[in-house]
Design a protein around this ligand. Sequence first.
Ligand SMILES: NC(=O)C1=CN([C@@H]2O[C@H](COP(=O)(O)OP(=O)(O)OC[C@H]3O[C@@H](n4cnc5c(N)ncnc54)[C@H](O)[C@@H]3O)[C@@H](O)[C@H]2O)C=CC1
Ligand SMILES: O=C([O-])CC(=O)C(=O)O
Length: 328
Amino acid sequence: MVKAAVLGASGGIGQPLSLLLAISPLVDQLSLYDVVNTPGVGADLSHINSKATVTAYLPEDGKGLEKALTGCDIVVIPAGIPRKPGMTRDDLFKINAGIVRDLVTGVAKFCPKAFVLVISNPVNSTVPIAAEVLKSHNVFDATRLFGVTSLDVVRASTFVSEVVGGSPTDYKVPVVGGHSGETIVPLLSQITPSVEIPSDKLDALVNRIQFGGDEVVKAKDGTGSATLSMAYAGFKFAESLLRALGGETGIVEPTYVYLPGVKGGEEVQKAVGGLEFFAVPVELGPTGAVQATNPLPQANEYEQGLLEAAKKGLSVNIVKGVEFISKL
Ligand SMILES: NC(=O)C1=CN([C@@H]2O[C@H](COP(=O)(O)OP(=O)(O)OC[C@H]3O[C@@H](n4cnc5c(N)ncnc54)[C@H](O)[C@@H]3O)[C@@H](O)[C@H]2O)C=CC1
Ligand SMILES: O=C([O-])CC(=O)C(=O)O
């Protein structure tokens, strides 16, 4: 019996993500939580003739979050404000940091063993916030906390195929680091199957992968950022976890993790100048949790330069998240 919760379920990401979870044969119970509109979203989804039963909650009487989370195996968090043109993801920190803190406090209290998938931006900082909250409640397990960076990988394979031809699903592109601008590092030299990116197209392709989110923010013109592609990417990641939980082996997914707490993480940490959080491909074990991180894929000289820039940005973002909780 698998129970999944979506926190921020009425939003631009929350609704399509909840739809995908509601129709997944891997989900038995789907619990929706938001500060607005969940009764409507829940009633709507509950008419779908899929296996999952859908329940919906608001914060009313202070018990909504508790009811939503109790018994959950997997909690996906797309709650928080999105960007408008001209904003960076870090500009969202002021509001989203507190939202993630409060929701993860609920996880710590009501379903401390659940997998926690953080989508809310800035992911580079909100995942450290989540880790600190879980630590402060003595329930932190790094193998169960994931910063969702799968949209970067989804975009990378799409954009690569637009440059070299073929179908986007043909290409596996390792994207490591974090989830904002220069902290997103596509390792195009390690694409499988290997492809030659024409040198005059390389900078533009890397830039497009790093700043793909801006394209959507600009096109949406003040009404938000990526929602549908994010719901797809977030669902694919959740689905991989659920498949691993169901016993499937050999599943590897990129995700932003706390390196000191996962097998193989120390080696990656050494390779990235001691950063505690970093997105790398990880292997999911039979309980769904991270079994081990893969080593950092090899980077050529050009990519080493990208990694250096990413490390600088990430270290600032990580400290900001940790201090938000530790200085309380
Ligand atoms: N990790 C990634 O790759 C991506 C992350 N994002 C981020 O996801 C977040 C959500 O984006 P959208 O769905 O477009 O925004 P949205 O504004 O459409 O939806 C956010 C939802 O969160 C809800 N919410 C706010 N405070 C809450 C609380 N305390 N508890 C529960 N729910 C709460 C709102 O009521 C709203 O329904 C943003 O921070 C955005 O930057 C967006 C795209 C990709
Ligand atoms: O760009 C944004 O603000 C939303 C996001 O994280 C993305 O689309 O990658």
